[in-house]
Ligand binder design. Structure first.
Ligand SMILES: NC(=O)c1ccc[n+]([C@@H]2O[C@H](COP(=O)([O-])OP(=O)(O)OC[C@H]3O[C@@H](n4cnc5c(N)ncnc54)[C@H](OP(=O)(O)O)[C@@H]3O)[C@@H](O)[C@H]2O)c1
Length: 306
């Protein structure tokens, strides 16, 4: 998503270099969506993995509609605007073929419904996605930004492999309901914004005027100041441990279980390598306890987005 300029300008050449560097470093899950850059990002990913398909676990999402001629249901978000969502079986089929074409692949490794369509039973959406599996166009099915109850219903129609939801040291409510349900059902949690949309890297000062994070209440004027103050002890702990704040946040997530998969976004090949090294960090029980005390659930100020 960040390769489409949401959090600052991005250029395709640099973006492709970052993707290839990730594959070199063994970070093989490449997460995109038909919504990112309205199809542009899937094409970018397709070009970037061309010739090394076997190195990449290709993941995309569908369901957010930008085409004026296409139907959809308005879904309010915490960003202060609505998204148009379509999860009907007709649209699911159409979206799959379009994503395969843009990605230039025969099969998508993991395919998510980006949001559940409020006007379409989730059973219908998943049934249509499952047809993609039967047709050999999709390996695994996932859901994104859903409730525990929606996961249970969907999982009865076809096994759900992964659920994608925001999870990091500045947003932890999945721990209450969603994650226990996923564990009961044997479903992985893929954490979007594992760096708190960049906040937990400790490098976000003021935002450029067209930065998408202006829509995020946690980055709004006073909240950003409050959050910078509240998370300072965590950032200082990273310094004490000789790692970067981004690495500490990713390492913490990786220690929450083998079923937890953070997908940090970056436009920069050097950040890719920095983030990959988080997998080598060992956190002791005492350190995990300390991190939990420094950044307990509910510490961040500002409403959440989804
Ligand atoms: N399912 C959904 O609804 C949903 C929603 C949001 C995101 N996502 C997915 O999750 C991915 C990650 O989320 P996200 O990109 O929103 O947030 P994120 O991964 O928490 O943070 C990305 C930001 O962190 C910065 N960053 C990354 N590594 C850094 C490092 N080592 N040092 C300093 N800064 C660093 C990046 O800036 P630089 O580019 O300058 O490195 C970027 O601005 C997205 O790209 C997207 O694929 C899914």
């Amino acid at each position: 998503m960040v390769l489409e300029g949401y959090y600052g300008a991005s250029d395709d050449e640099q973006a492709s270099a970052a993707i290839r560097r990730a594959l070199d470093a063994g970070m093989n899950m490449i997460d995109t969506a038909d919504a990112y850059g309205n199809g542009h990002n899937e094409s970018l990913v397709g070009r970037s993995i061309a010739g090394r398909r076997q190195d990449a676990f290709v993941v995309t999402k569908f369901g957010i509609v930008f085409d004026e001629r296409e139907m959809g249901t308005d879904l309010a978000t915490g960003w202060g605007f609505s998204l148009k969502i379509n999860g009907t079986s007709r649209y699911v089929r159409k979206a799959l073929n379009a994503s395969l074409h843009r990605l230039g692949v025969d099969v998508i490794d993991l395919w998510y419904a980006h949001y559940a369509d409020p006007a379409t039973p989730i059973e219908e959406t998943v049934q249509a996605m499952a047809q993609g599996v039967r047709d050999g166009k999709v390996r695994y099915i996932g859901l994104s930004n859903v409730s525990a109850e929606q996961v249970r219903r969907a999982h009865k129609v076809h096994p759900i492999t992964a659920v994608q939801f925001e999870y990091s040291l500045w947003r932890r409510e999945v721990e209450v309901d969603l994650l226990p349900t996923l564990r009961e059902l044997g479903i992985a949690l893929v954490c979007w914004a594992p760096l708190g949309s960049g906040f937990l890297s400790g490098t976000v000062g003021s935002l450029n005027k067209d930065d998408f994070r202006h829509n995020n209440p946690r980055f709004a004027g006073e909240n950003l100041q409050k959050n910078s103050h509240r998370f300072l002890p965590l950032l200082k702990l990273a310094e004490e441990l000789g790692v970067t704040p981004a690495q500490l946040s990713l390492a913490w997530l990786l220690h929450q279980g083998q079923d937890i998969f953070p997908i940090p976004g970056t436009r920069r090949a050097d950040h890719v390598l920095e983030n990959a090294k988080a997998a080598d960090i060992q956190l002791t029980y005492d350190l995990l306890k300390r991190i939990n005390e420094l950044a307990p659930p509910g510490l961040a100020e500002g409403a959440t987005l989804v």
